[in-house]
Design a protein around this ligand. Structure first.
Ligand SMILES: [Zn+2]
Ligand SMILES: [Zn+2]
Length: 118
């Protein structure tokens, strides 16, 4: 992956995404890894990507869980929990196989909002 200088410049002047988060894929519940990609000619995005080999699932701070499509807007999952306080998409922080539910958390630092979905 090649970064344009514009891309890097944008990143230096924008608030960095928290890469200390460890969101789980909403389909595999695998840990996602942070990646950096040019979104279009003058805009870069940082997002998390599922580590499952053939999974293209991503989590972005603006879009939440989405599947990117080539040269088109990403398909954003409906019905994703959004933080009441910040209005931001929440990420899956844990998954309980035993109870079969997922816990979503807000990506905002120090935000204690949680949402549980069965
Ligand atoms: Zn996945
Ligand atoms: Zn929040």
């Amino acid at each position: 992956m090649k970064l344009t200088s514009q891309c890097v410049n944008d990143l230096l002047h924008s608030l960095r995404m928290r890469t200390d988060l460890l969101p789980l894929c909403d389909q595999h519940f695998r840990t996602m890894e942070p990646v950096l990609a040019p979104y279009n000619a003058d805009y870069c995005i940082e997002f998390f990507r599922c580590t499952e080999k053939f999974c293209r699932r991503c989590f972005g701070e603006r879009t939440g869980y989405a599947t990117p499509r080539r040269e088109d807007a990403p398909v954003i999952s409906p019905n994703q929990p959004v933080c009441d306080r910040h209005g931001r998409p929440m990420f899956i922080i844990s998954f309980s196989r035993q109870h079969n539910h997922v816990t979503y958390a807000c990506a905002e630092a120090d935000c204690g909002e949680r949402a549980v979905r069965a």
